[in-house]
Design a protein around this ligand. Structure first.
Ligand SMILES: Nc1ncnc2c1ncn2[C@@H]1O[C@H](COP(=O)(O)OP(=O)(O)OP(=O)(O)O)[C@@H](O)[C@H]1O
Ligand SMILES: [Mg+2]
Length: 389
């Protein structure tokens, strides 16, 4: 029987060190990568190199518990790795190794009478073969690490010990990657559900918005029409958040710059106050949708007030402007919105049925953890600062 050289049977210090290095390299890779197939292939390649073999593979027990699948491997002709399925029959060395939970080796296939070997092994010229079972934490069998030699091979204790250590590391590594994969799948599923939910919310708000528009048309008095128009604008502001969240395709975050600018631009267009200019200077910051909703409503109320109250002919100095600036400082978002209108001290208006705007701004600011800071010099300005979530 052809034998490997004596270096193979008796690990010298250099070989031992090489194997230690292989274990360390593999440990480092296993922590870095989230790709199970890549990790298993690298595991095969490292073990083959450490033992001086051309061929190695990892077999996985399939869900039916009765078949093994060649999940990864090195040195094989195409048509083996990722393709071959083996029945876990009684006379297979793989089945025996998994069931007994011990490494099993066949020094020379042609002289083996305990087991039968699959055709593809013989076709590849395999003579000696070592099976080492891989168990997941908790004891469930994942499959096997197989090292195949094209020469007869009786592995020494040190080789078997090395392979057992290697397989013992593989178990928890595979388990971690399974969990990462399951978590990713669950996250993807939730993201799809969230997008679907947002889509429905967006449609429902659009339905409410069109209902309000119809009501405006049929309302009897001018007052009723004006009040319904304000409700319509508030619904419109809500609808915009959902449109942006849905369009951002990121589930729960959106760009403050795009969202705030579009909200104000649409509001100005709605009021047909072509003379009022919008100036926006907003840093590219993304915000959570549950912050965007209250913030959008605050901006909506502020700008509606500017359009309604600030620019009467006798108070306006210069061109009427609504200006918004915003950015991020020390993980806090700041927003400054102002007009250059009459800027008087804000008082709840005497007329019944109105005066919701300022109360809404106070309530919504509290909701995002900001204290509204008003200023009435050369117009009205509102400054808000809140923690970015
Ligand atoms: N930018 C502004 N410039 C001048 N006056 C303002 C401005 N914002 C608010 N005001 C004054 O403050 C009052 C209170 O505003 P608030 O938004 O609470 O009520 P409203 O706008 O009158 O009614 P509603 O918001 O319910 O439609 C307004 O009636 C107005 O007199
Ligand atoms: Mg108002």
């Amino acid at each position: 029987m052809a034998q490997r050289g004596s270096w193979w049977r008796m690990a010298d210090t250099k070989q031992m060190m090489e194997r230690q290095r292989v274990l360390a390299d593999f440990g480092a890779l296993a922590l870095r990568s989230d790709d199970l197939d890549a990790v298993l292939t690298e595991a095969c390649s490292l073990v083959a190199r450490a033992l001086g073999c051309e061929l190695a593979k990892i077999l996985e027990v399939e869900d039916d518990g009765a078949t093994l699948f060649v999940r990864a491997g090195v040195g094989w002709q195409p048509g083996v790795v990722g393709v071959v399925h083996l029945p876990m029959c009684e006379r297979s060395s793989e089945t025996y190794s998994i069931e007994a939970g011990v490494p099993v080796f066949t020094p020379n296939i042609s002289k083996e009478d305990r087991f039968e070997f699959p055709r593809f092994l013989l076709d590849a010229g395999v003579v000696g073969i070592v099976n080492v079972p891989i168990f997941l934490p908790g004891g469930k069998a994942f499959g096997l690490l197989q090292v195949d030699s094209r020469e007869a091979w009786s592995p020494g204790d040190d080789e078997i010990q090395f392979l057992r250590t290697y397989a013992a590391i593989l178990g928890p590594v595979i388990d971690r990657l399974h969990k990462v994969h399951a978590l990713k799948e669950a996250t993807d599923r939730n993201r799809i559900l969230l997008l679907e939910l947002q889509h429905r919310i967006k449609n429902n708000i659009a339905a409410i918005s069109s209902l309000v528009r119809k009501q405006i048309k049929t309302a009897k008095s001018a007052d009723a029409r004006a009040e319904l128009a304000v409700v319509g604008e508030r619904v419109e502001a809500l609808s915009l958040v959902h449109e942006h969240v849905y369009a951002s395709n990121r589930g729960d975050r959106l760009s403050l710059r795009t969202y705030a600018t579009e909200l104000l631009r649409r509001l100005l267009a709605l009021h047909c106050q072509a003379g009022v200019r919008l100036e926006a200077s907003i840093e590219e910051v993304d915000i959570a949708s549950d912050t965007a909703i209250p913030l959008g409503l605050i901006l909506n109320e502020f700008a509606t007030n500017s359009l309604k109250h600030a620019f009467s002919a006798d108070h306006t100095t210069g061109h009427p402007v609504i200006r918004i600036e915003a950015g991020l400082r020390d993980d806090r978002i700041w927003v400054h919105i102002c007009d250059n209108g009459s800027g008087r001290t804000l008082q709840p208006p005497p007329k019944r049925g109105s005066g919701t705007g300022l109360a809404l701004i106070a309530g919504l600011s509290q909701q995002i953890g900001a204290r509204p800071n008003w200023c009435f010099e050369n117009g009205t300005s509102l400054h808000l600062e809140f923690k970015r979530r």
